[in-house]
Design a protein around this ligand. Structure first.
Ligand SMILES: *[C@@H]1O[C@H](CO)[C@@H](O)[C@H](O)[C@H]1NC(C)=O
Ligand SMILES: *[C@@H]1O[C@H](CO)[C@@H](O)[C@H](O)[C@H]1NC(C)=O
Ligand SMILES: *[C@@H]1O[C@H](CO)[C@@H](O)[C@H](O)[C@H]1NC(C)=O
Ligand SMILES: *[C@@H]1O[C@H](CO)[C@@H](O)[C@H](O)[C@H]1NC(C)=O
Ligand SMILES: *[C@@H]1O[C@H](CO)[C@@H](O)[C@H](O)[C@H]1NC(C)=O
Ligand SMILES: *[C@@H]1O[C@H](CO)[C@@H](O)[C@H](O)[C@H]1NC(C)=O
Ligand SMILES: *[C@@H]1O[C@H](CO)[C@@H](O)[C@H](O)[C@H]1NC(C)=O
Ligand SMILES: *[C@@H]1O[C@H](CO)[C@@H](O)[C@H](O)[C@H]1NC(C)=O
Ligand SMILES: *[C@@H]1O[C@H](CO)[C@@H](O)[C@H](O)[C@H]1NC(C)=O
Ligand SMILES: *[C@@H]1O[C@H](CO)[C@@H](O)[C@H](O)[C@H]1NC(C)=O
Ligand SMILES: *[C@@H]1O[C@H](CO)[C@@H](O)[C@H](O)[C@H]1NC(C)=O
Ligand SMILES: *[C@@H]1O[C@H](CO)[C@@H](O)[C@H](O)[C@H]1NC(C)=O
Length: 803
């Protein structure tokens, strides 16, 4: 850490101390505090909280000046830009930013997009939308987008420019992603052990204080070291509600953050589009939706209540709203994996014994457990009492229902936004680019019971989105209020900014958890270019067009004359209702089912389905880097469990000893064959499982090179095994994968049984980068969900090895 960083860290720390911004126990453990004996901690969701309304008024005095300044600049070349004056005479447009999910890819691309709108970014005024961010009232995050929004919000509203300026590899500065959460210290093994010991301790102490814990606590605490590195133990005692004490927030100098998570119902193991959405704002935790219809005071969400009244009068609990814990809730993909059966469930069970030793769990190790349930006994719900009846509230990733872009909090009628600017960093295609499935999911949901109080502009089906190139360039949705009157209310205009390549291929797999400084900077620059149409080289008028988007709703309301430049912009950027797909659909609709999966499934490549057989291809590629110091012995063990089989079928053990300052590489291919066929049940499904392990051993200060690799299997005959040594590093990750049809004696395939017609291909890798690539093509599964999910497996899988 450089001196400047150190001083910044110290000043943030002392600031937090003087403002008392800590958990009551000064740790991860929530603690008792006194509160009014007649306090009620929840309110019906019948409007904005008083605190939010008051804060908005304060924010609006700042955004008014900022937006006016931005619009003056954006419309400077218009033949007549007097509309700007007219708008600000009586109103101020209200703008929100939605930070899409997609792991670190999303976090970094979103950072670039936001940098382009931030006047603090070098070059953003010359080449970008600088100043627009200063005029934004709300910022919403979901999944990987929450990684971004949590980082900037809880580092005293730092700028992307500041993060860039201090960006290095290996110094534990913000977004130092040079080491994955599986090995946060890299070669500094003492640091790694300290991190893991501290995480385990935090979980244990929270549990001992009477709170349910799960693997999701570990997930949040581990990521805290990357997002809040200047705080003790990555922010383990920093609370979500502490933002209320930060000057920039208090004075309305930054937008309000809202992150979302989904509620998994008791007795269920997954969520879908009909699941309840929880909003986490600066002041409140809760939901507008009929199953909860209440908000709870964020500061006290750990308090045991009955219909909002503390069960012990005058006694509340604070510190439950830990920043890492709630960011974890917005990003937690453990449960989908856990409940997908087979290998995943077994592995997560084994993580439990590593992460939650001697801890009493209620069995829900895969979700964020908010218990006591803040909504217990509330009478505000309108339908389905199952959530408010339960003692615990189970939370999972906010985008896992398919709504990867966190539109819903920004679309609320109560917040009355005029414009929402949204990124789309979803991995819709196999090569990790978006095609608008998230737009379609949110559009569809407003017509379901759960979404009946939401509105979202019409969007086309995903095929049209591809055919019209909407997934390649900025597009505006809901340009004309008059076209939206059939919806629950007139929603904000949406500016959609899909991820695409300009100067950098920003389609990095969701599961990649290490990036070098160069990669991060390249991705941020590409994000900047996405937001600006390549620094306005693709369209010099784009700055003005963004200005028009900001002004549109107010212009409609006030009946102001629409500048000709804006009319041209809207012709260029608005989706005008055209449908271009192979169906005969003539009204805006979508290919997504209400369950939100089919638009994704339909584009999945159905590997191996042509034969008409039902078979799954599980193609596992595992890479482990073993660093040997002073000829220490290191071991990596990979266990691959064949779905529907009883036992582990391949175990690879790599031992490193007596190495030299060289890299040796071993490639081991282990395959499983002939799993139990007995439960055939009439339907035979062929599963081909190929496991490839690439091990790079970096050995220092040793005399000799010696790499050995052994592979054993419960079925020796199925074992194809080879090893090799070379000075190179990366040519060993073979891609000679299964083709899903061979059942020959060389042992490349497995027969197993399944009652469902699943076509599944999984490609994974746990290299030093923890890079996992997963392609799941299954008629019951959602591609992007599984992509996120398996990265988690990578993390915990490797953590276990390190433990
Ligand atoms: C937070 O940011 C503001 C604005 O940049 C700055 O004035 C203040 O000193 C910062 N506070 C801390 C504790 O760093
Ligand atoms: C776009 O502008 C930004 C900010 O000035 C700069 O960093 C980036 O290199 C520019 N990109 C191109 C392609 O010129
Ligand atoms: C671990 O916790 C101890 C005690 O709070 C602290 O001094 C140390 O800095 C922590 N280390 C890490 C890496 O979190
Ligand atoms: C768990 O309990 C066992 C036996 O009581 C003890 O030896 C071990 O240290 C405990 N582990 C932790 C992490 O507390
Ligand atoms: C990224 O996109 C390019 C071009 O579409 C493609 O060649 C590449 O394979 C993609 N990368 C990943 C990780 O899918
Ligand atoms: C609507 O957009 C499509 C393609 O973007 C274009 O071909 C068509 O002419 C437009 N229609 C109108 C009425 O502007
Ligand atoms: C909005 O309404 C106009 C006029 O009725 C129509 O031309 C246009 O296609 C509509 N746009 C959308 C997105 O439906
Ligand atoms: C949603 O999924 C459930 C279970 O897979 C199914 O029964 C239901 O018909 C689906 N609903 C729609 C609208 O596709
Ligand atoms: C594939 O699965 C479906 C549904 O389970 C079943 O009806 C069909 O007979 C299976 N086909 C084969 C070739 O096993
Ligand atoms: C491969 O590994 C085996 C078993 O450890 C060893 O006997 C053999 O020499 C190795 N071959 C190469 C080319 O490294
Ligand atoms: C090993 O393979 C043989 C024949 O290939 C098979 O009969 C046996 O069940 C397999 N054993 C295991 C544990 O998979
Ligand atoms: C080992 O790798 C080298 C190049 O990396 C290759 O030329 C050689 O044939 C390989 N040997 C074996 C036994 O696979």
């Amino acid at each position: 850490m450089q001196l400047a960083d150190f001083l910044a860290a110290v000043s943030l720390l002392s600031y937090l101390k003087t403002t008392n911004a800590w958990s009551p126990t000064n740790s991860y453990t929530p603690g008792k505090v006194s509160c009014d004996s007649d306090i009620n901690l929840i309110r019906k969701a019948d409007g904005l909280a008083t605190e939010e309304t008051e804060w908005l008024a304060k924010r609006e005095t700042v955004t008014k000046d900022a937006l006016k300044k931005f619009l003056d600049r954006a419309t400077a070349t218009f033949s007549d830009n007097s509309i700007v004056e007219s708008i600000f005479d009586s109103t101020t447009p209200r703008v929100g930013f939605a930070s899409c999910g997609g792991g670190y890819r999303a976090m970094i691309v979103d950072a670039g997009v936001v940098a382009a709108m931030d006047e603090r970014t070098v070059g953003a005024t010359e080449n970008g939308l600088g100043g627009l961010l200063q005029g934004i009232s709300y910022m919403a995050g979901s999944s990987g987008g929450s990684f971004f929004t949590t980082t900037v919000t809880y580092n005293n509203w730092t700028s992307v420019q500041d993060i860039i300026d201090q960006m290095k590899d290996g110094d534990h500065s913000i977004w130092d992603l040079s080491n994955s959460p599986t090995n946060p210290g890299g070669s500094d093994t003492a640091y790694t052990s300290a991190v893991f010991d501290n995480i385990t301790e935090s979980i244990k102490l929270k549990n001992e204080a009477g709170f349910d814990v799960s693997l999701a606590d570990a997930w949040g605490l581990a990521f805290g070291y990357y997002f809040l590195p200047s705080l003790p133990r990555g922010g383990y005692s920093y609370q979500w509600s502490d933002i209320q004490e930060v000057d920039a927030f208090k004075n309305g100098e930054m937008p309000m953050l809202i992150e979302i998570a989904k509620v998994e119902k008791s007795g269920e193991t997954s969520v879908d589009l009909s699941s309840t959405t929880i909003e986490m704002s600066a002041f409140e935790f809760g939901s507008w939706e009929p199953t909860i219809n209440s908000f709870s005071n964020m500061k006290y969400i750990g308090t045991e209540v009955d219909n909002g009244s503390p069960v012990n009068a005058g006694e509340c609990v604070a510190g439950f709203d830990n920043v890492n814990f709630l960011t974890s809730a917005s990003t937690n993909v453990i449960n989908t994996l856990y409940n997908s059966g087979g290998i995943y469930s077994s592995l997560i069970q084994s993580f439990k014994t590593k992460f939650l030793p001697n801890v009493t769990t209620s069995g829900h190790i895969d979700v964020n457990i908010a218990a006591p349930n803040p909504f217990k006994g509330t009478t505000n719900y309108e339908s389905d009492s199952s959530i408010v009846d339960n003692d615990q509230l189970y939370l999972v990733d906010g985008g896992i229902d398919g709504q990867v872009i966190p539109f819903t909090p920004l679309m609320r009628k109560e917040r009355d936004l005029d414009l929402v600017i949204a990124t789309d960093t979803t991995a819709d295609t196999d090569d990790v680019w978006p095609f608008g499935s998230a737009l379609v999911a949110t559009y569809e949901r407003q017509f379901m019971e759960i979404g009946k109080t939401d509105a979202f502009p019409y969007v086309p089906d995903t095929e049209t989105i591809i055919n019209l190139g909407i997934n390649k360039n900025p597009t505006f949705f809901g340009c004309d209020s008059s076209n939206l009157t059939d919806l629950a209310y007139v929603p904000p205009l949406v500016v959609y900014l899909p991820n695409r390549a300009y100067s950098y291929d920003t389609n990095v797999s969701t599961s990649v958890l290490t990036y070098t400084r160069e990669q991060r900077l390249g991705m941020i620059q590409n994000g900047f270019e996405i937001a600006t149409r390549n620094n306005f080289t693709d369209d010099p008028d784009f700055l003005g067009c963004m200005g028009c988007a900001v002004m549109r709703r107010k212009q409609e309301k006030l009946g102001l004359e629409w500048p000709s430049e804006c009319a041209q912009c809207f012709e260029r950027y608005c989706w005008n209702g055209t449908i271009s797909n192979s169906d005969t659909v003539s009204v805006p609709s979508s290919s997504a089912s209400i369950n939100g999966t089919s638009s994704i499934a339909s584009t999945s490549s159905a590997t191996g389905s042509a034969s008409g057989k039902n078979f799954s291809t599980i193609h596992t590629e595992t890479s482990t880097t073993v660093t040997c110091h002073e000829c220490e012995e290191a071991k990596a063990t990979t266990t691959v469990i064949c779905e529907e089989c009883e036992e582990a079928v391949a175990t690879t053990t790599i031992e490193c000893e007596e190495c030299e300052e060289a890299q040796s590489q071993a490639t081991v291919t282990a395959e499983c064959e002939e799993c139990d066929e007995a439960q055939a049940n009439g339907h035979h499904t062929t599963t081909t499982l190929t496991s490839m392990t690439t091990t790079t051993q970096v050995c220092e200060e040793c005399e000799e090179t010696q790499a050995s690799a052994t592979a054993t299997s419960t079925n020796e005959s199925s074992n194809d095994y080879s090893n090799n040594s070379s000075n190179g590093s990366s040519n060993g990750s073979s891609n000679g994968s299964s083709n899903g049809s061979s059942e020959n004696a060389s042992g490349n395939s497995v027969k197993s049984t399944s009652s469902s017609a699943a076509i599944l291909q999984v490609t994974t890798g746990i290299p030093s980068t923890s890079a996992y690539d997963v392609f799941v093509n299954e008629n019951s599964a959602n591609n992007l969900v599984f992509k996120g999910v398996v990265s988690l497996l990578a993390i915990f899988g490797t953590i276990i090895e390190l433990f």
